[in-house]
Design a protein around this ligand. Sequence first.
Ligand code: GSH
Length: 241
Amino acid sequence: MALELYLDLFSQPCRSVYMFAKKNNIPFEFKKVSLMHGEHFGDQFGKINMIRKVPALRDGDFCLAESIPIMIYLAEKFQTPDFWYPTDIHHRARINEYLSWQHTAIRMYGSKMFWLRLLIPKMIGMEVPKEKMDGALEDLNNSLNLIEEKFLQDRLFIGGDQISLADLVAIVEVMQPVGAGLDVFNGRPKLSAWRDRVRVSIGTELFDEANRDILGAQEIMGQIDPGTLELFKPKILRFYY
Ligand SMILES: N[C@@H](CCC(=O)N[C@@H](CS)C(=O)NCC(=O)O)C(=O)O
Protein backbone atom coordinates (compact mmCIF):
# COMPACT_ATOMS: atom_id res chain seq x y z
CA MET A 1 0.00 0.00 0.00
CA ALA A 2 1.31 3.46 -0.92
CA LEU A 3 2.17 5.84 1.85
CA GLU A 4 -0.80 8.19 2.32
CA LEU A 5 -0.73 11.86 3.22
CA TYR A 6 -4.00 13.42 4.37
CA LEU A 7 -3.89 17.05 3.35
CA ASP A 8 -5.78 20.23 2.61
CA LEU A 9 -3.52 22.82 1.03
CA PHE A 10 -5.40 25.69 2.68
CA SER A 11 -3.59 24.48 5.78
CA GLN A 12 -0.07 25.75 6.41
CA PRO A 13 1.39 22.54 7.93
CA CYS A 14 -0.13 20.56 5.05
CA ARG A 15 1.68 22.77 2.56
CA SER A 16 5.04 22.20 4.25
CA VAL A 17 4.53 18.42 4.30
CA TYR A 18 3.34 18.47 0.69
CA MET A 19 6.29 20.52 -0.57
CA PHE A 20 8.74 18.41 1.41
CA ALA A 21 7.39 15.13 0.03
CA LYS A 22 7.19 16.41 -3.56
CA LYS A 23 10.56 18.11 -3.52
CA ASN A 24 12.19 14.91 -2.31
CA ASN A 25 10.34 12.67 -4.79
CA ILE A 26 8.77 10.70 -1.96
CA PRO A 27 6.04 8.51 -3.40
CA PHE A 28 2.69 9.11 -1.70
CA GLU A 29 -1.02 9.12 -2.28
CA PHE A 30 -2.63 12.52 -1.78
CA LYS A 31 -5.75 12.04 0.34
CA LYS A 32 -7.68 15.27 0.27
CA VAL A 33 -9.45 16.14 3.53
CA SER A 34 -11.53 19.26 3.01
CA LEU A 35 -11.51 21.28 6.22
CA MET A 36 -14.14 23.65 4.83
CA HIS A 37 -16.49 20.74 4.36
CA GLY A 38 -15.68 19.27 7.76
CA GLU A 39 -14.25 16.07 6.33
CA HIS A 40 -11.80 15.86 9.24
CA PHE A 41 -14.77 15.19 11.53
CA GLY A 42 -15.77 12.09 9.55
CA ASP A 43 -15.43 8.50 10.82
CA GLN A 44 -12.91 7.59 8.15
CA PHE A 45 -10.44 10.33 9.06
CA GLY A 46 -10.98 9.75 12.81
CA LYS A 47 -9.37 6.33 12.35
CA ILE A 48 -6.27 7.95 10.84
CA ASN A 49 -5.93 10.81 13.30
CA MET A 50 -8.09 11.05 16.40
CA ILE A 51 -6.79 14.61 16.96
CA ARG A 52 -8.83 15.40 13.81
CA LYS A 53 -6.32 17.78 12.32
CA VAL A 54 -4.41 17.71 9.07
CA PRO A 55 -1.79 16.82 8.01
CA ALA A 56 -1.75 13.14 8.88
CA LEU A 57 0.21 10.21 7.50
CA ARG A 58 -0.54 6.52 7.07
CA ASP A 59 2.26 4.17 6.13
CA GLY A 60 0.82 0.65 6.22
CA ASP A 61 -0.49 0.14 9.77
CA PHE A 62 1.45 3.14 11.05
CA CYS A 63 -0.42 6.43 11.44
CA LEU A 64 1.18 9.70 12.46
CA ALA A 65 -0.15 13.17 13.25
CA GLU A 66 1.67 16.53 13.38
CA SER A 67 3.53 18.03 10.46
CA ILE A 68 6.99 18.22 12.01
CA PRO A 69 7.22 14.58 13.15
CA ILE A 70 5.70 13.62 9.79
CA MET A 71 8.48 15.44 7.90
CA ILE A 72 11.15 14.01 10.19
CA TYR A 73 9.70 10.52 9.65
CA LEU A 74 9.80 11.05 5.88
CA ALA A 75 13.31 12.48 6.06
CA GLU A 76 14.54 9.46 8.01
CA LYS A 77 12.62 6.81 6.08
CA PHE A 78 13.57 8.16 2.66
CA GLN A 79 17.01 9.43 3.70
CA THR A 80 16.53 12.88 2.26
CA PRO A 81 19.60 15.15 1.92
CA ASP A 82 21.13 16.08 5.27
CA PHE A 83 20.50 19.81 4.89
CA TRP A 84 16.76 19.36 5.49
CA TYR A 85 17.35 18.19 9.08
CA PRO A 86 21.09 18.25 9.67
CA THR A 87 22.79 15.62 11.81
CA ASP A 88 25.33 18.12 13.18
CA ILE A 89 24.23 18.73 16.77
CA HIS A 90 24.39 22.53 16.75
CA HIS A 91 22.96 22.85 13.31
CA ARG A 92 20.02 20.59 14.20
CA ALA A 93 19.50 22.42 17.48
CA ARG A 94 19.17 25.70 15.54
CA ILE A 95 16.50 24.14 13.34
CA ASN A 96 14.71 22.65 16.37
CA GLU A 97 14.80 26.04 18.08
CA TYR A 98 12.80 27.56 15.22
CA LEU A 99 10.46 24.57 14.96
CA SER A 100 9.58 24.88 18.65
CA TRP A 101 9.25 28.65 18.67
CA GLN A 102 6.96 29.03 15.69
CA HIS A 103 3.87 27.24 17.08
CA THR A 104 2.97 29.93 19.57
CA ALA A 105 4.34 32.86 17.57
CA ILE A 106 4.16 33.29 13.79
CA ARG A 107 1.79 30.32 13.38
CA MET A 108 -0.65 31.67 15.93
CA TYR A 109 -0.53 35.29 14.76
CA GLY A 110 -0.45 34.57 11.02
CA SER A 111 -3.49 32.31 11.40
CA LYS A 112 -5.26 34.87 13.53
CA MET A 113 -4.73 37.55 10.90
CA PHE A 114 -6.09 35.21 8.22
CA TRP A 115 -9.32 34.57 10.12
CA LEU A 116 -9.74 38.17 11.31
CA ARG A 117 -9.43 39.56 7.79
CA LEU A 118 -11.20 36.90 5.82
CA LEU A 119 -13.93 35.04 7.64
CA ILE A 120 -14.55 36.44 11.11
CA PRO A 121 -16.30 39.55 9.67
CA LYS A 122 -18.71 37.18 7.90
CA MET A 123 -19.21 35.23 11.12
CA ILE A 124 -19.95 38.25 13.30
CA GLY A 125 -21.74 40.27 10.61
CA MET A 126 -19.49 43.33 10.95
CA GLU A 127 -15.90 44.49 10.53
CA VAL A 128 -13.50 43.44 13.26
CA PRO A 129 -13.02 46.39 15.67
CA LYS A 130 -9.91 48.45 14.89
CA GLU A 131 -8.25 47.88 18.31
CA LYS A 132 -8.47 44.12 17.79
CA MET A 133 -6.99 44.36 14.29
CA ASP A 134 -4.22 46.69 15.49
CA GLY A 135 -3.31 44.33 18.33
CA ALA A 136 -3.24 41.33 15.98
CA LEU A 137 -1.07 43.22 13.50
CA GLU A 138 1.36 44.20 16.25
CA ASP A 139 1.69 40.56 17.37
CA LEU A 140 2.22 39.43 13.79
CA ASN A 141 4.82 42.12 13.17
CA ASN A 142 6.68 41.19 16.34
CA SER A 143 6.93 37.60 15.08
CA LEU A 144 8.07 38.74 11.63
CA ASN A 145 10.69 40.95 13.28
CA LEU A 146 11.95 37.95 15.23
CA ILE A 147 12.18 35.85 12.07
CA GLU A 148 14.32 38.57 10.51
CA GLU A 149 16.40 39.59 13.50
CA LYS A 150 16.82 36.39 15.47
CA PHE A 151 16.23 33.48 13.14
CA LEU A 152 17.64 34.84 9.88
CA GLN A 153 20.08 37.53 10.96
CA ASP A 154 22.50 37.78 8.05
CA ARG A 155 22.11 34.15 6.98
CA LEU A 156 20.60 33.00 3.69
CA PHE A 157 18.29 30.55 5.45
CA ILE A 158 17.27 29.95 9.05
CA GLY A 159 19.86 27.21 9.54
CA GLY A 160 22.64 28.79 7.48
CA ASP A 161 23.52 28.54 3.80
CA GLN A 162 21.00 25.90 2.86
CA ILE A 163 17.27 25.44 3.15
CA SER A 164 15.98 23.22 5.96
CA LEU A 165 12.71 22.09 7.52
CA ALA A 166 12.73 25.35 9.48
CA ASP A 167 12.42 27.45 6.30
CA LEU A 168 9.69 25.23 4.98
CA VAL A 169 7.71 25.51 8.21
CA ALA A 170 8.36 29.26 8.30
CA ILE A 171 7.36 30.10 4.74
CA VAL A 172 3.96 28.43 4.95
CA GLU A 173 3.04 30.45 8.04
CA VAL A 174 4.37 33.71 6.59
CA MET A 175 2.25 33.14 3.47
CA GLN A 176 -1.00 32.61 5.43
CA PRO A 177 -1.81 36.31 6.03
CA VAL A 178 -0.75 37.03 2.43
CA GLY A 179 -3.65 34.77 1.44
CA ALA A 180 -5.92 37.12 3.34
CA GLY A 181 -4.63 40.13 1.39
CA LEU A 182 -2.01 41.38 3.85
CA ASP A 183 1.32 41.88 2.10
CA VAL A 184 3.66 41.02 4.95
CA PHE A 185 6.66 41.47 2.63
CA ASN A 186 5.96 45.14 2.04
CA GLY A 187 8.80 47.16 3.60
CA ARG A 188 10.67 43.99 4.55
CA PRO A 189 13.46 43.47 1.99
CA LYS A 190 15.22 40.86 4.12
CA LEU A 191 12.08 38.76 4.47
CA SER A 192 11.26 39.20 0.75
CA ALA A 193 14.74 38.11 -0.34
CA TRP A 194 14.50 35.06 1.95
CA ARG A 195 11.04 34.20 0.52
CA ASP A 196 12.52 34.35 -2.99
CA ARG A 197 15.42 32.10 -2.02
CA VAL A 198 13.07 29.58 -0.39
CA ARG A 199 10.81 29.63 -3.47
CA VAL A 200 13.75 28.99 -5.79
CA SER A 201 15.17 26.25 -3.53
CA ILE A 202 11.83 24.46 -3.41
CA GLY A 203 11.28 25.05 -7.12
CA THR A 204 9.10 27.91 -8.30
CA GLU A 205 6.59 25.60 -9.95
CA LEU A 206 6.09 23.45 -6.85
CA PHE A 207 6.02 26.49 -4.56
CA ASP A 208 3.37 28.21 -6.68
CA GLU A 209 1.31 25.06 -6.99
CA ALA A 210 1.35 24.50 -3.21
CA ASN A 211 0.35 28.13 -2.61
CA ARG A 212 -2.39 28.31 -5.26
CA ASP A 213 -5.28 27.59 -2.87
CA ILE A 214 -4.14 29.96 -0.17
CA LEU A 215 -3.41 32.77 -2.61
CA GLY A 216 -6.89 32.28 -4.08
CA ALA A 217 -8.46 32.25 -0.61
CA GLN A 218 -10.00 35.72 -0.83
CA GLU A 219 -11.96 34.76 -3.90
CA ILE A 220 -12.87 31.27 -2.70
CA MET A 221 -13.94 32.43 0.78
CA GLY A 222 -15.92 35.27 -0.77
CA GLN A 223 -18.14 32.68 -2.41
CA ILE A 224 -18.47 30.42 0.60
CA ASP A 225 -21.96 29.40 1.65
CA PRO A 226 -22.61 31.02 5.08
CA GLY A 227 -24.04 27.68 6.29
CA THR A 228 -20.58 26.16 5.88
CA LEU A 229 -19.14 28.69 8.32
CA GLU A 230 -21.43 27.38 11.08
CA LEU A 231 -19.30 24.21 11.13
CA PHE A 232 -16.31 25.94 12.64
CA LYS A 233 -17.63 29.32 13.80
CA PRO A 234 -17.73 28.60 17.58
CA LYS A 235 -14.20 27.21 17.63
CA ILE A 236 -12.72 29.96 15.47
CA LEU A 237 -14.35 32.74 17.47
CA ARG A 238 -13.22 31.17 20.75
CA PHE A 239 -9.68 30.83 19.47
CA TYR A 240 -9.05 33.94 17.39
CA TYR A 241 -11.58 36.59 18.35
N1 GSH B 1 0.57 21.24 15.14
C1 GSH B 1 -0.17 20.67 14.03
C2 GSH B 1 -1.26 21.64 13.62
C3 GSH B 1 -2.30 21.00 12.75
C4 GSH B 1 -3.48 21.93 12.55
O1 GSH B 1 -3.76 22.81 13.38
N2 GSH B 1 -4.19 21.72 11.45
C5 GSH B 1 -5.34 22.55 11.18
C6 GSH B 1 -5.27 23.12 9.78
S1 GSH B 1 -3.95 24.28 9.67
C7 GSH B 1 -6.59 21.67 11.25
O2 GSH B 1 -6.59 20.55 10.82
N3 GSH B 1 -7.65 22.22 11.83
C8 GSH B 1 -8.91 21.59 11.92
C9 GSH B 1 -9.61 21.90 13.20
O3 GSH B 1 -8.96 22.40 14.14
O4 GSH B 1 -10.82 21.62 13.28
C10 GSH B 1 0.76 20.35 12.87
O5 GSH B 1 1.81 20.99 12.77
O6 GSH B 1 0.43 19.46 12.08
